[in-house]
Design a binder for this molecule. Structure first.
Ligand code: ADP
Length: 304
């Protein structure tokens, strides 16, 4: 399978802040690739480098066989980019925004209407409305339509689901799947770990470094520890006590409970139970659970 994106040893700093440290990864043609990491991990910086809007300090990136620095004009014509912050002209209507983007890329909305039909038809009834007056979900659909109007081979999306309601989030992922079926390569960043399973492959990124790259299933399957979910009456005390436990490898709050891994390869759960009870915790419940991507992320971070 050909690679649509080839990133080699890319580094980028802003003054003393190191945003990306020696990043290398490749994205296959026609896959949905997720760049997953918390705020400040370096996602926007990497996507802006791929979108030819920012120069790397070191390393190279090739998009659809074109170098993002030397051949930036060719990259721009073959790549669509949906930034995290609004790319829309707020004072222009839906229709005008679409026409403007089409004109910038030397095409017309009519010529490529079929590419955006599924998405655009949902907001077309409101085409005379100004972009600034649209709901979050509608803005997102318009921004996506604008980034697709020049028929890109690769679509870069920077946190398209951040701050978007759950229905629009679901719709967006359905649209990305459709685009993949139409042969578009999708490179999407997200801070939401639960979106990992919607990608073919993912890269976990933290503090400018890639912690792991694989299919979501393989990342979960490579989790090499017994994961416990622990609960008690006082979660704050529980977290402090378990973190002070001599065998504690990691302990993180996770929804209603906390997730725990032990330094030892084999251990008895009753021992931990006993320790927590002796510390004064009440209603302690411990269960072995299956890891989620977030657990893998934490595990990789601790293991660094
Ligand atoms: P993410 O998209 O994952 O939130 P960013 O790429 O925006 O991460 O940021 C990575 C790091 O670079 C962060 O520490 C951020 O504060 C810093 N950073 C990003 N943009 C700038 C900038 N223009 N000037 C200085 N620091 C920046």
């Amino acid at each position: 399978m050909a690679n649509s994106i080839e990133i080699k040893n890319v580094s980028k700093s802003y003054g003393n802040t190191v945003a990306l440290k020696d990043i290398s990864l490749s994205v296959n043609s026609g896959e949905i690739f997720g760049l997953i990491g918390p705020d400040g991990a370096g996602k926007t910086t990497l996507i802006r480098i791929l979108a030819t809007l920012l120069l790397p300090d070191k390393g190279s990136a090739v998009m659809t066989n074109y170098d993002v620095v030397k051949d930036y004009k060719k990259v721009r014509s073959s790549v669509g980019y949906m930034p995290g912050k609004f790319s829309l002209y707020q004072d222009l209507t839906i229709e005008e925004n679409m026409q403007l983007y089409a004109t910038m890329f030397g095409t017309t909305v009519e010529e490529n209407y079929h590419l955006v039909k599924d998405i655009y038809s949902q907001i077309e009834p409101f085409k005379k409305r100004r972009a600034g007056k649209l709901s979050g979900g509608m803005k997102q659909k318009l921004a996506l339509s604008c980034s697709l109007i020049h028929k890109p081979e690769v679509l870069l999306l920077d946190e398209p689901t951040t701050g978007v309601d759950p229905v629009s989030r679901k719709e967006l992922w359905e649209m990305l799947k459709k685009l993949k079926n139409d042969g578009v390569t999708v490179f999407v960043s997200t801070p939401y770990m639960d979106e990992a399973s919607l990608c073919d492959r993912i890269a976990l990124i933290q503090a400018g470094e890639i912690l792991g790259i694989d299919t979501p299933e393989s990342i979960v399957n490579s989790f090499d520890k017994t994961l416990l979910s622990i609960n008690s009456s006082d979660k704050y005390k529980l977290l402090n006590d378990i973190r002070s436990y001599e065998h504690c490898n990691s302990a993180f709050p996770f929804g209603e409970s906390l997730h725990y891994t032990d330094k030892r390869t084999s251990f008895d759960i009753p021992q931990i139970y006993e320790y927590l009870r002796n510390c004064g915790n009440t209603n302690v419940e411990i269960a072995v659970i299956k890891p989620a991507i977030e657990d893998c992320f934490m595990n990789l971070m601790v293991g660094e």
